[in-house]
Structure formats: C-alpha cells, structure tokens
Design a binder for this molecule. Sequence first.
Ligand SMILES: [Zn+2]
Length: 139
Amino acid sequence: MPSYKGHLKGGLVVFLLLGVLNLKFSFIEWSIYLLSAPIFFIYTLLPDIDTPASKIRKWVSVVLLAPILYFIYYDMKWEAVSIITTLTLLYFVKHRGLFHNPLVGFILSLPLGLVEPAFLVVAFIGFSTHLILDALGGN
Ligand SMILES: [Zn+2]
C-alpha cells in the first residue's frame, strides 16, 4: 500500500502526463488545468479517508472544524450535527471498502462538475490514480 507521499508522487506523474496530453490535444484551457491541480491531489488522497491515521482524514477533520464551530456559534445545530455525524460514520467504514470504489469516486467527483466539467474529470482521474496505485502496491 503506497503511503500518502507515494500517492502524491504517483499522482504528480499522472497530472504531468495529463499536462503533456493537454499540450498535444488541448482538452482544456491551461488556467483550468492549473486550477484543477489541488482538486486532483486531494482526490488522489481521498480514498484513504477510510483510514483513521491517514493524512487526508486528519486534514479533512481539521478543515471541517471551522464550519462546525461556525454552525454551533450561529445556532445552526443541524448543520453542525450533520458534519459531526459524517465524521463519526467514517470510523465505521472499512479500509479499502466503500471509499476504494470507482463508483463512489465518480459520485464524489460529481459536485465539482457543477463548477467546471473538467474538474469532475480531473477529480475522477485523481481518485482512480489512487485505486490503481493501491492495486499495484509498492511505495
Ligand atoms: Zn488506498
């Protein structure tokens, strides 16, 4: 199982390959390509959110702390409860189960398509890169 660094390195290779393909075929504007970089790398790590010790789980938990505190402060209890419940449910998800499924990757990528269709594709490629690297093993 590659570490998060292994996934980032493998993801970098794939992301640069996408850039080379974009040079040749001009799929998307370069500004969109560059804007999609953080999305790509987050989705490259996202499947391991099912692992409590993973970097992505820790980062997501910290990032979601701000909206939780905001919702509590402004008495938006249900919004806070929904985020806390989602984070709690992650503890019951089996590693390499639900979140290591391409269909789940596609579903999690869909909201980005509302912002920019290319983001959906890039997110799904990032998610798929993780699954392929896990299948190949190594570090
Ligand atoms: Zn994994």
